[in-house]
Design a protein around this ligand. Structure first.
Ligand code: SME
Length: 169
């Protein structure tokens, strides 16, 4: 098996596809604790998993905490995005400051949502927490309303937990 084979996701269900993302991430992260390398591959796994399911994900990636209380654009798949987000601002900043997953069925109803792409209609952001500090957030955007549910939240929180234990930030 070569590395690109991990992106060939042919799961029958959403749960199977997301479980395979978590398991593939853990296998790949055994090679290194460098967060850029691991989050780049996590972004690719998520992008291919959602696309294999026909979910119209238009952005999947990470923002990284730097300078205390500020998020900076990290590894991702999708179009160009905003580079700097303050804790407490928008969906990503809210996930970072509250350390809780933000499951947003309609981004247009989220106060302060930062519109990086006008095609985005729903979003999920999961914080990555190490020793009580938010070190990064996982962000996925979708072109349709209600693109994500509690099922996505469950698996993405498992992925965030695996990232927290496998990466050195
Ligand atoms: N919509 C996000 C900003 C990041 S982009 O979606 C990639 C937010 O409100 O935090």
């Amino acid at each position: 098996m070569v590395h690109a084979d991990y992106a060939n996701i042919t799961a029958a269900s959403r749960a199977e596809a997301l479980e395979s993302v978590v398991e593939s991430y853990k296998a790949l992260a055994e090679d290194t604790e460098f967060y850029v390398a691991n989050l780049a591959n996590a972004s690719s796994l998520l992008w291919h998993a959602y696309h294999s399911l026909g979910v119209k994900v238009n952005w999947a990636g990470f923002y990284i905490t730097r300078d205390a209380d500020t998020l900076y654009l990290g590894p991702f798949q999708g179009k160009v995005a905003c580079q700097v987000i303050k804790f407490g601002v928008g969906v990503c900043g809210t996930a970072a400051s509250t350390q809780t997953t933000q499951l947003v069925p309609n981004v247009h109803e989220f106060p302060g949502h930062i519109a990086c792409d006008s095609e985005t209609n729903s979003e999920i952001v999961v914080p990555v927490v190490v020793d009580g500090k938010t070190v990064a957030v996982l962000d996925i955007d979708c072109e349709t309303l209600e693109g994500f549910t509690e099922e996505d939240q469950k698996w993405l929180e498992q992925l965030a937990a695996a990232i927290a234990t496998s990466c050195k930030f």
